[in-house]
Structures are given as structure tokens and as C-alpha cells.
Design a protein around this ligand. Structure first.
Ligand code: ADP
Ligand code: MG
Length: 274
């Protein structure tokens, strides 16, 4: 076969195999091969890498529309130097996603603004890029959706759907208290997913305080018993990234900046370090 015919056949194969990423990369790779700027092995690797990158991007687009992830947050934009309490090796290793294969959970604990949601979303995006079904919700929204399903006698279907999600992210445990019925429904969900699929949770409250969050220490203990059995805990102790211009400002557990006594702060006024 002539060189031109070989290239045409190569492109036909790539089209037949539905590999538009590789198809788009092939001319440039062949040119760099001709110039001696690439080894044949590198060229083959990059041909396939172009397709893998496109697939990843498409999976991410699908996940962003179906998983309700709030924003694209990745490890690349996470500044570990700002949060030295985070065990970087642990977070990097979690991003290899072995916890998903082992159906283990991940819990991010720490005050407001320290990057819990960022890292939870980053793991979820990595999982979505690897073809996992991902679903994100705050605890408050999740409980509302379960109560809604219960009212419509569709709780069983809702549990089945949520059980099939490969990675469930439950954000913001602790900002809003949960009713007894809500706690019960959430416990049932955790129980249904126990050892079957991974869940990532974030909380500004220590485990001891979960009894108060769920209004019932027995339910909270039973829930933690399931969640912590196979679990990675990332404890973040640090300052809010949102308030990084104000290093003296510490955040209480309610997630709101500390209020000064006296007149309320005007919106334009910049809080000064204590
Ligand atoms: P939390 O969920 O702990 O309250 P977030 O993850 O929502 O905090 O972080 C608050 C904001 O600050 C987000 O926009 C997040 O992307 C950003 N952020 C937090 N920590 C870091 C960090 N170490 N490096 C870069 N951005 C960060
Ligand atoms: Mg958050």
C-alpha cells in the first residue's frame, strides 16, 4: 500500500471504530513522526491518548448535566500549600479511585470554606471521567427528595435509583438540622448502600455532634456504624479559603463569619483581622 493509501485506511479504521479524538490528532502526529520529533511508540500512545481525553471530556459533560455537581472543581486548582493540615498523599491516593472498587466511603470533616466540597466534587469528577454514575446533593436537598418520594409512594423506586449510583456525594451535613423522619429516610439510604456502593460525605460537625444534627443519637450512631466501617476520613483543620485575605478571621462551626457586637456590618465594610 502507498503511504497515502495507508493513511487513508488508518483514518477509515478510526472512523469505523468511532474514535473522533484520534482521528483529529492523526495528521499532526504523522507530521511530527515524519519530522523525527516523535518516536513511533510515542505516536501510538498519543493517538490513543487523544481518544481517551475526548471520552473523558464527554463523560464529564454528561456527568455535569446528570449528577447535579455544583461546579467543576479539580485537584489541579486545589492549593495544598494553603491547607497544610490536609494529608496530600491521602487525597492523591483517593483520586486513584480504589475506594470505589472497594465500596468504601470518604468523609471530609472541617469548618466552612476549607475545601471539603471542592475535594468531594473533584473526586466525583474523577469518578465520572472513569465512567461511574455520580450523584451530588446536599443533605437537606436529598432528605427533601426522599420525603417527596415518600409522599408520592415512590420511595422504593427512589431508593433503587440511588442504590444504583456508583458514587453518591452528600454535602453539607450539619448546616441544617434534619427532622426525625428525614433522619430515618437518610439512614435507610445509607443502610441500602452499605458495602454496595461508595458515598462521600462532608460535614462541619464532628461525629459526636451528628446526634444533634439528626435529632436522634441512636439513628446517628447506627448511621455512623455503617458509614465508618469502611471509610477514609479527611480531617481539615484550617482557615477558610474564601476568607484568605483575612487570615485572623476564624470561622465558627455555623459557617457564618463571626459577628461583632454593636451595629451590624455594612456590606461594603471590610472585616479586619481580630
Ligand atoms: P467547604 O465545602 O469546606 O465549605 P469549599 O470547598 O466550598 O469549602 O471551598 C470554598 C471555596 O474556596 C471554593 O470556591 C473552593 O474551590 C475554594 N477553595 C477552598 N480551598 C481551596 C484550596 N486549598 N485551593 C484552592 N481553592 C480552594
Ligand atoms: Mg461545602
Amino acid at each position: 500500500m502507498s503511504a497515502t493509501a495507508t493513511v487513508a485506511a488508518l483514518k477509515a479504521h478510526l472512523a469505523d471504530l468511532q474514535m473522533p479524538g484520534s482521528l483529529e490528532a492523526v495528521d499532526d502526529l504523522l507530521r511530527r513522526l515524519d519530522q523525527g520529533a516523535l518516536s513511533p511508540a510515542d505516536a501510538m500512545e498519543q493517538l490513543l491518548a487523544a481518544q481517551v481525553a475526548l471520552r473523558r471530556q464527554r463523560r464529564l459533560q454528561t456527568a455535569m448535566s446528570t449528577s447535579r455537581l455544583p461546579a467543576v472543581k479539580t485537584l489541579e486548582t486545589f492549593d495544598f500549600t494553603f491547607q497544610p493540615s490536609i494529608d496530600r498523599a491521602q487525597v492523591l491516593s483517593l483520586h486513584e479511585l480504589h475506594f470505589l472498587e472497594r465500596k468504601e466511603n470518604v468523609i471530609f470533616l472541617g469548618p466552612a470554606g476549607v475545601g471539603k466540597t471542592h475535594l468531594a466534587v473533584s473526586l466525583a469528577i474523577r469518578a465520572a471521567e472513569h465512567g461511574k454514575r455520580v450523584y451530588y446533593s446536599t443533605l437537606a436537598d436529598l432528605v427533601l427528595s426522599l420525603q417527596d418520594a415518600e409522599r408520592q409512594s415512590k420511595l422504593r423506586e427512589r431508593f433503587i435509583t440511588l442504590k444504583q449510583v456508583g458514587l453518591l456525594v452528600v454535602d453539607e451535613i450539619g448546616y441544617l438540622p434534619v427532622t426525625a423522619n428525614g433522619a430515618n429516610l437518610f439512614f435507610q439510604l445509607i443502610n441500602a448502600r452499605y458495602e454496595k456502593a461508595s458515598t462521600i460525605l462532608t460535614s462541619n460537625k464532628s461525629f459526636k455532634e451528628w446526634g444533634a444534627v439528626f435529632g436522634d443519637s441512636v439513628v446517628a450512631v447506627a448511621m455512623l456504624d455503617r458509614l465508618l466501617h469502611h471509610c477514609h476520613i479527611v480531617n481539615v483543620k484550617g482557615n477558610s479559603y474564601r476568607l484568605r485575605q483575612y487570615p485572623g478571621l476564624s470561622m465558627p462551626d455555623d459557617g457564618l463569619p463571626p459577628r461583632r457586637a454593636g451595629r451590624p456590618r455594612k456590606s461594603k465594610e471590610v472585616p479586619q483581622p481580630a
